[in-house]
Design a protein around this ligand. Structure first.
Ligand SMILES: NC(=O)c1ccc[n+]([C@@H]2O[C@H](COP(=O)([O-])OP(=O)(O)OC[C@H]3O[C@@H](n4cnc5c(N)ncnc54)[C@H](O)[C@@H]3O)[C@@H](O)[C@H]2O)c1
Length: 370
């Protein structure tokens, strides 16, 4: 099979992906881009990236004809703009979550993806964690039975230290994808409409940033072509809890609840009053041998980065994301998290926040495939 070359933009969380691409058997060259020249040199030297594949200017990297694909891991407010630029430059494009921060941005990306004929993928870690892959396999093998209800949460107590400025006061459901995506991807449904409720209040300095007052936002999601409802809860400031991205599935034969405290183990219910804790195994799926080690927690490059400490290691998802993006390109197919699916997931959060702001209005998700 032909190999592809990839450029990574943003080297905070983005640094985690350099080694995975370098070790992937279907990847040739790996380029990197970050604005700070000192960081660029340090990371470029660490990963032995030749100087001509190092960039401080994103637009310059897009001009490199040797690069087939771009993986964007920059601050949230740049995602849509940089995704559009990459697709318009004829690059296959992967972007970390969220896809964008307005419905208009999502529509523009869906249109640009269609016009380009390239692969788009939102790099949603929550649907490639070992826990998600384990529960999905229980569902697909019939062990869970009929799904009856789904619940997700992403509770984070960010504090004011250590995070980039744009996070302060960020509307919780504008970054709702980790809580929402498993509730849809478990059986491949889209969100049809949302009803959101805001609860509590964050400090006035934080409210002023995005005019987003709620400490907790909770959204009920009606899933298209399904009688199963889902509920997602998200908090970012002024609500105490150990970090958690959770996913609970209630089935007619078996139910699974996410661990309450990190590393305590998920809970499996198999009927009657039975309950037991389980340790979910690492998930290798169809990963090439070379990148299997990245499913392990200890393989993470920068364990001190805040987004990793509060990310619970992202459940070994990183190599699965890379493999899906790369193989979609090489095989000439859409990725599992194509633009239409990613827009639906992201929109459920954006419109969920809008519903919270409107006191619980019912808002339909646009048909991004229309
Ligand atoms: N589980 C997950 O999916 C997950 C986890 C962590 C972060 N993220 C996402 O990753 C993104 C980055 O998060 P982070 O914690 O690394 O942030 P960060 O601020 O630590 O890093 C951002 C990086 O982008 C670079 N950058 C900024 N503007 C740029 C530009 N114009 N061109 C090129 N590079 C530019 C910065 O130099 C820096 O290297 C965020 O959008 C966040 O939503 C996702």
């Amino acid at each position: 099979m032909e190999k592809i070359s990839v450029g990574i933009a943003g080297l905070g969380f983005g640094k985690e992906f350099i080694g995975i691409y370098q070790d992937h058997p279907l990847v040739d060259k790996v380029a990197i881009c970050t604005r700070n020249p000192d960081t660029l040199k340090k990371i470029g030297d660490e990963f032995k990236i030749p100087p001509w594949l190092r960039y401080t200017d994103y637009e310059e990297m897009l001009k490199n004809d040797e690069l087939d694909a771009i993986h964007i891991v920059t601050p949230i407010l740049l995602h849509a703009k940089q995704t559009l630029a990459a697709l318009q430059a004829g690059k296959h494009t992967a972007c970390t979550v969220p896809m964008g921060t307005s419905i208009d941005e999502l529509k523009q990306i869906v249109a640009a993806k269609k016009a380009s004929g390239k692969v788009y993928m939102m790099m949603e870690t929550a649907v490639y964690t070992r826990e998600f892959l384990y529960v999905k396999s229980l569902y697909e093998s019939g062990k869970l039975g009929r799904i009856q209800f789904l619940r997700g949460s992403h509770m984070q107590d960010m504090g004011l230290e250590g995070w980039p400025d744009y996070w302060l006061g960020f509307p919780p459901m504008h970054y709702g994808t980790h809580a929402i995506s498993p509730l849809l991807c478990i059986d491949g449904k889209l969100a049809e409409y949302v009803i959101g409720h805001g609860s509590g209040r964050i400090s006035p300095e934080l409210v002023a940033r995005y005019n987003s007052p709620f400490a907790v936002e909770t959204v009920t999601i009606k899933r298209k072509d399904s009688d199963v409802m889902a509920e997602a809860t998200r908090s970012l400031y002024d609500t105490v809890r150990q970090y958690r991205e959770s996913f609970d599935v209630y089935g007619s034969k078996m139910s699974v609840e996410w661990e309450q405290i990190q590393d305590e183990g998920a809970c499996l219910f198999e009927g009657g009053e039975s309950a037991r804790r389980i340790t979910v195994p690492d998930a290798y799926g169809n990963l090439p041998e070379e990148i299997i080690p990245y499913t392990k927690r200890e393989q993470v490059v920068d364990k001190d980065h805040v987004s990793f400490i509060q990310g619970a290691g992202h459940g070994g998802s990183h190599p699965h994301l890379v493999h899906e993006f790369v193989t979609a390109i090489v095989e000439g197919r859409d990725s599992a998290l194509d633009a239409v699916v990613s827009a639906n997931i992201t929109a459920a959060g954006i419109l969920g926040h809008q519903s919270c702001m409107e006191g619980g209005s019912k808002i339909y998700i646009p048909d991004f495939d229309a």
